[in-house]
Write a protein that binds this ligand. Structure first.
Ligand SMILES: [Zn+2]
Length: 269
C-alpha cells in the first residue's frame, strides 16, 4: 500500500528550523495528540533530525532535500511508537542509553491489529514488527553536539519514559519531547510521579535562569513557554486529589483522569 507525499506537512518555522508534522490519529483514533512534530535543525555543517515518526511514509527523501550537503544526525526523543518507527530509513540513530535496547530490535506494534483505520495495512505488511536502524548509539545527560553555528545540549528528563530527553540549543530553543506539551498526557504509574515532577521542576528552573527560552514540544502547538511546564507540574501534583474520579481506559491499560487543562492517562502496569 502506498500513500501520497501529502502524508507529512513540512513547514519552515525559522531559517534553520523546519517542522515536519505527522497525524498520529491516522493509526488509531484513540490518539488525539495531532500533530506529532518532527523537528529538523540546520546548522552550518550538520543537521539534526529529532524523531523519525510513525514509519508510514518515506521521511528520508524529505530530510535529504532540506539538508543539502550537511551531515545528518538523527535522535529519538524517546522510544514510544510514534517517535522511532521511521528509524529503519537511517543508518545511525541516537537515543538515551536507557532506551537503546528498546529500539535496537524490531518494534512490535501488534496492538494496532484491531485499528479501524486502513493505514495500519502498512504495518500488517511487516507483520506488525517494524525494523530498527542499523546502528543505535547511546546519549547521556550533558552530551553536546556542534552543528556548526548551533550547539546542542542533551538533558535527560526521565518520567514520561525512562530515557526521555530534552534538547537545549545555543539559540534559546528547548525541545521538550513528550515531557511537556498541551494535549493528552501519558504518565507512568502513580509511584513514579516524583520522578515526573522532579524533571518538570528541573526544566522550570532552567527556564527561570535562562529567560525567554522557547519551548518546542513533540506534539501539538509550538512554541510554548514556561507556563506549559508550570501548568503540567500543578496538574500532575493535583492528580491525587482527583483520584476518586478515575475511569478505566483499557486500550492504554491506564486510569483516565481529567482536569480543566489536561486529560491524563496514568499507567496501571
Ligand atoms: Zn508522542
Amino acid at each position: 500500500m502506498s500513500i501520497d507525499n501529502q502524508h507529512f506537512e513540512v513547514s519552515k518555522h525559522k531559517d534553520y528550523l523546519y517542522v515536519i508534522k505527522e497525524n498520529i490519529s491516522l493509526v488509531h483514533p484513540v490518539y488525539t495528540n495531532d500533530p506529532l512534530n518532527i523537528y529538523l535543525l540546520l546548522g552550518s555543517h550538520t543537521a539534526l533530525l529529532l524523531d523519525t515518526g510513525c514509519g508510514l511514509s518515506p521521511l528520508k527523501p524529505i530530510v535529504d532535500k532540506l539538508i543539502g550537503e550537511r551531515k545528518l544526525l538523527v535522535f529519538n526523543t524517546h522510544y514510544h511508537w510514534d517517535h522511532p518507527l521511521g528509524n529503519e530509513e537511517f543508518n545511525e540513530v541516537y537515543i538515551h542509553e536507557n532506551e537503546v535496547d528498546l529500539v535496537s530490535k524490531p518494534y512490535d506494534v501488534s496492538y494496532f491489529k484491531d485499528s479501524p483505520n486502513e493505514i495500519v495495512k502498512i504495518y500488517a505488511e511487516k507483520d506488525f514488527l517494524i525494523p530498527p536502524a542499523k546502528t543505535i548509539k547511546p546519549l547521556k545527560d550533558g552530551d553536546k553536539f556542534d552543528l556548526g553555528d548551533i550547539d546542542i545540549k542533551v538533558i535527560h528528563c526521565p518520567g514520561h519514559s525512562p530515557g526521555s530527553i530534552c534538547l537545549l540549543t545555543s539559540n534559546g530553543e528547548l525541545f521538550t519531547s513528550d515531557v511537556a506539551y498541551y494535549g493528552d498526557q501519558f504518565l507512568p504509574k502513580k509511584e513514579e510521579f516524583p520522578e515526573v515532577l522532579n524533571t518538570l521542576s528541573k526544566l522550570i528552573k532552567l527556564c527561570e535562569t535562562q529567560e525567554n527560552l522557547e519551548l518546542y514540544p513533540s506534539h501539538r502547538n509550538y512554541p510554548c513557554d514556561i507556563t506549559l511546564l508550570k501548568d503540567l507540574y500543578e496538574g500532575i501534583k493535583n492528580i491525587d486529589n482527583l483520584w476518586v474520579t478515575k475511569k478505566s481506559f483499557d486500550f492504554f491499560e491506564a486510569w483516565q483522569i481529567d482536569d480543566k487543562k489536561f486529560r491524563y492517562f496514568v499507567s496501571r502496569t
